[in-house]
Each structure stands twice: as structure tokens, then as C-alpha cells.
Ligand binder design. Structure first.
Ligand SMILES: [Zn+2]
Length: 384
């Protein structure tokens, strides 16, 4: 019984934490219907995994331009050598710098500028997008993910010389709202873990502004190798990054997970018609490796991509069940009798179970999913 109570308290505390949205969004431009809600859901989803006590300030620009070569792009602010920095002379994106420092290291500046190009046909709902549309929640999670730390200061110039922390702002078609930090002359925290197949670190094995570093950045597979958490989240092997195919493209290579990785927010594997709204275990592993603390729910979701949770708990009139790929929800009473069965024909991420007419007590929700035979059981209490 004590154990059950403990379990209920854990579920409750997850719910309470999940309600704090740690992101503030400033929106520039005219937001289409559903845009702001979907953006906040994306922030909320990251908030469910990461301990964020210093709010993340996101500057959002809505554009609609066929000539801009992106559907969305993020510019991340950065700081080095701040209080509690885990490494000296390493650039951290400011959401992480602020979290480690415990205070804002960049007052008056945004943590990231994100541009969304509405020339891309976005789906702003929470269900499954049609095959022709790009899921906005997944896209926003991807872009925010760059600002949280999936960010590289690696660069190869036109003469083939490679560097870290020497990205000219002229590389981009747009200026940042904060002073550009790509020229802080130091590698980013993400770069610090970048290795070649040999295991050699790119930040230590070739001099700055050298052709040797340029060659290493352009040619051959690149990996994120995190000895503490990242590799452990990925069958004890380094995680392959984008790039290394003989050329270098700024904003495409290095800072993404390789396009061969499915169910990965920060990869190019997914496209129109797909959703990726739950970080892969190796994405959480990378974030933990670079310095983020994860919430318990993050670790829990880590092992099961179809994790579902219920709130409020105790429930009075209704209980909401949130999760991806939910197929059915069956409600059982304490005697094991099924009293309700709900099908998720529209593939929604949140289903509501009416509990108003149920007598007070403990109930069990059995949740089945579309892509696994494994069922998840959740316990709820009904209290009027
Ligand atoms: Zn990206």
C-alpha cells in the first residue's frame, strides 16, 4: 500500500511539473490559426523532459517567402566562461548557460531567434498531419532543440579551412537580434563531444583555421561521443551526426543527428506527414551529457516511446490521457471489471475519459498503442 501511495505521489508530481511552461515566446508577424497554441505545446513538451528554472526566451519570426532557403531556422545565443560553466573556453547556448549559472547570463537578449517560413505548408494540429503537410509541433521542437544545445560552431570556409567559433555572420541571410556569438573563437559544448570514427576529438586533434580541420569536418562520419550519458542512451555507442559526405553546409551538417535515425527530432529522417514529438533516448542522453538535468518523466519516457500519462489524478469529472499512438483506452474497476472502452480513431494525443458518473475509488486504465503490442497500465483515483 505504501508503495502504491508513493507511485501516486510520483504521478501527481510529474503532473504538477508538466504544467509549468518554461518558455516565453515573443511572436513577430501575423500568426495563423493554431500557430501559437502549437508553439506552446512544443515548449511544453521540452519542459516535460528538462529541468528549466531560468525561463527560456524565444524570439519567433513568422515569414512567408518562397526565396528563403529554409522552412524554419534557429540562431542560438551563447555564453562562455560564466559562473558554474563546466568547461572553460567553451560556448554554451544561453538556455543551458543560464540553467548552469542559475541566473540569466544574457539579460535583455533573447536565447534564440527562430524563423518559421509559412511558405512550407504546416499542420498546426495535435493529430497526424496529412501526407502533404509538415507537422509544426515537431518542427518547433526541432528548432527549439537547436537552441537548447544541438548547435555547432564548426565551420569550413570557401578555401577549405576548418574552425570552431569562427562563423562569420555574413554566412546567414538574416541578422540575429542579439550580438552574434559564432565568432567567440571557441568550440561549442556540443562540438566538444564530436569525434571521428577513430575516436579522435575534432576540437583537439587539428589546429583552428586549418585545412586538416576542414578535411576532418567534411570527410567521413562524425559522431557525438558522450562517455557519461549519451553513449549509454544509445547501446553504448556514439551517435552519428549529419555531415562528413565530402562537403560542408552551414546549418545542415554537424548540428543534426544523422538522417538514418528514425524517431529522432533532431534528424532529417522525418518529413511531411510525419510527427516526431517525443525525444529519442539518445537525444535526451546528449542533452544530459552537455549539462541539462532531466526530469524523471524524461527518463521514464526514454524507455517507451508510447508512454502515456493521466491527469488530473485524482480525477473528478474527467481524466485526460496523454500519449502518442494511443489505440484504445480501457477502464477497469478495482475488481478487474471493464467498465469503459474508448477507441482513438482520430489518433489524438489526448483523450478524455468521463469519470463524473463513476463512484469514488481506484481505477486502472489499460492503454494500448498502434505500433506495439505492449499495453501500459495507469492507476487513477476518482474523487468527487
Ligand atoms: Zn535543424
Amino acid at each position: 500500500m505504501k508503495k502504491n501511495l508513493f507511485f501516486i505521489i510520483i504521478i501527481l508530481s510529474i503532473f504538477c511539473k508538466a504544467q509549468i511552461n518554461s518558455f516565453s515566446f515573443t511572436i513577430n508577424g501575423t500568426a495563423p490559426a493554431g500557430f501559437t497554441t502549437a508553439l506552446n505545446i512544443a515548449g511544453q513538451k521540452w519542459s516535460n523532459y528538462l529541468q528549466i528554472t531560468v525561463p527560456v526566451k524565444v524570439n519567433v519570426f513568422i515569414v512567408n517567402a518562397s526565396f528563403l532557403p529554409f522552412s524554419a531556422i534557429t540562431f542560438a545565443n551563447g555564453r562562455k566562461n560564466f559562473t558554474n560553466a563546466t568547461f572553460a573556453n567553451i560556448l554554451y547556448t544561453t538556455p543551458l548557460a543560464n540553467q548552469l549559472a542559475g541566473v540569466e547570463t544574457n539579460p535583455g537578449e533573447y536565447d534564440m531567434d527562430i524563423y518559421f517560413n509559412l511558405y512550407t505548408s504546416y499542420y498546426f494540429g495535435t493529430g497526424k498531419p496529412p501526407a502533404s503537410q509538415t507537422d509544426f509541433i515537431s518542427t518547433a521542437m526541432h528548432e527549439i532543440g537547436h537552441g537548447l544545445g544541438f548547435y555547432s560552431d564548426g565551420f569550413v570556409d570557401n578555401s577549405g579551412k576548418g574552425s570552431f567559433g569562427n562563423i562569420p555572420s555574413s554566412t546567414f541571410p538574416i541578422a540575429t537580434s542579439f550580438p552574434w556569438r559564432g565568432q567567440d573563437s571557441v568550440p561549442g559544448i556540443f562540438d566538444k563531444y564530436m569525434v571521428k570514427t577513430s575516436g579522435n576529438h575534432l576540437t583537439t586533434c587539428a589546429p583552428q583555421n586549418s585545412s586538416a580541420l576542414g578535411d576532418s569536418l567534411k570527410n567521413g562520419p562524425l559522431y557525438f561521443s558522450g562517455p557519461l550519458y549519451a553513449n549509454a542512451s544509445h547501446s553504448n555507442t556514439p551517435i552519428r551526426l549529419s555531415g562528413g559526405a565530402g562537403t560542408f553546409t552551414i546549418g545542415v551538417d554537424l548540428l543534426h543527428i544523422h538522417q538514418s535515425y528514425a524517431n529522432t527530432i533532431m534528424s532529417y529522417y522525418w518529413g511531411a506527414g510525419d510527427t516526431v514529438r517525443i525525444p529519442a533516448s539518445w537525444e535526451l542522453g546528449i542533452l544530459k551529457e552537455i549539462g541539462w538535468n532531466l526530469k524523471p518523466v524524461g527518463i521514464r519516457e526514454n524507455t517507451n516511446n508510447d508512454f502515456a500519462y493521466a491527469y488530473p489524478n485524482p480525477a473528478n469529472e474527467t481524466a485526460n490521457i496523454v500519449g502518442q499512438n494511443i489505440k484504445t483506452i480501457k477502464v477497469f474497476n478495482a475488481l478487474g471489471e471493464m467498465i469503459l472502452c474508448k477507441e482513438n480513431a482520430l489518433n489524438k494525443e489526448m483523450l478524455t475519459v468521463e469519470t463524473e458518473s463513476l463512484s469514488e475509488g481506484i481505477y486502472f486504465l489499460k492503454v494500448s498503442f498502434n505500433n506495439t503490442l505492449q499495453e501500459t497500465t495507469r492507476r487513477i483515483i476518482v474523487q468527487h
